[in-house]
Design a protein around this ligand. Sequence first.
Ligand code: GDP
Length: 409
Amino acid sequence: MEYVLIAIAILVVALLAGVSLLVARGRRTTRLDEDAATGTTLTRPRPPEAREPSGATTSGLAVPPDVADQVQPDTVQPEPAPDVELPPAEPEPAPAFETPPPSAGRLVRLRSRLARSQSSLGRGLLTVLAREKLTEEDWEEVEETLLAADVGITATTQIVERLRTQSMVLATASGRQLRELLVRELTAVLGPELDRSLATDRHDGLPGVVLVVGVNGAGKTTTVGKIARVLVGDGKSVVLGAADTFRAAAADQLETWGERVGVLTVRGREGGDPASVAFEAVRTGTEGEVDTVVVDTAGRLHTKAGLMDELGKIKRVVEKLAPVTETLLVLDATTGQNGVVQARVFTEAVAVTGVVLTKLDGTAKGGIVISVQRELGIPVKLVGLGEGPDDLAPFEPEAFAEALVGSGD
Ligand code: GDP
């Protein structure tokens, strides 16, 4: 009987200990949720500095929630058992950041990505042009090949006309000469004279501010992450703004991109005001005297008026601190002409200064670069050539034309 009583007592004590642990844990989780709900959050890839923007909280290094739990200063920690020795607190190791390669020459390095999916364009054109005497049908074939690659009717007509005037030359040209000719003509319609420089530098004591817009799924957030790497690779300091507050995953995604290269991310609570996140990001960048603040925006194509309001407000609010120096529109190359139609809505909502064409590695229709530029009247400044972190390259017309034509084998 005595043993039974002792056993029951032990059971009760164990149960009580278990319950109190659960309660303590539950309290900590709620605290974290509440913190996140207060507004903007700053994710610092480095140990936090003394200064913090007002209303913002510092979540420190992106540690898993369980670990973050343990560093909350006023949370209930279970007492260690007397016979357990805690190891001495070790200083946190300095985080190792990745060093992305500089942006110069990236397109040439990534050319094979493009050549693989575009081979039909180059091969198709060269096969026809190499024929001894070009008939009307042959020229139609050239035209069809260009149209099939999404080059667009105006540019196709221009290319075919220019090639036709050189048919005497074509008749005697070697394979290599044909290739060179084609590269020249494609380069000409790619607008080699357009200014494709990115306005990301500091000016008048303020950081460059880049707004990134586009429909969901186009690769916007990924592109913001890749742009951060391009800038870091080129030796710039960067702050990211996760103003796509409608998709919690977008902010998480961006934080991860930032952390890998030692870049700070400002984020808000889900469903919060995108403009205030953008404002906070620019404020953080201005105070921290960084070179560039890159702001990801939400790509909801609800109504044109709604989109205009949202992007207009972000720009207005941000410009209380610093002018937006570059507005990049992210377009998915695989959506072809459809993407161009969607793009128009954005160009009417906000003054787009450059296009980023993503997923060019996944389409045989590389000619979309030409039609996008012509139809929107905006230069393609960057191209996405894969899902890898450094698969984003500054656009260079000649290197691109070379890739479109392929090796000619
Ligand atoms: P968002 O909704 O516009 O922010 O789109 P995300 O950045 O989340 O990207 C959507 C998907 O496109 C992701 O799976 C990306 O990895 C993928 N993606 C983005 N850019 C490229 C690219 O250049 N090539 C390929 N193949 N995939 C890409």
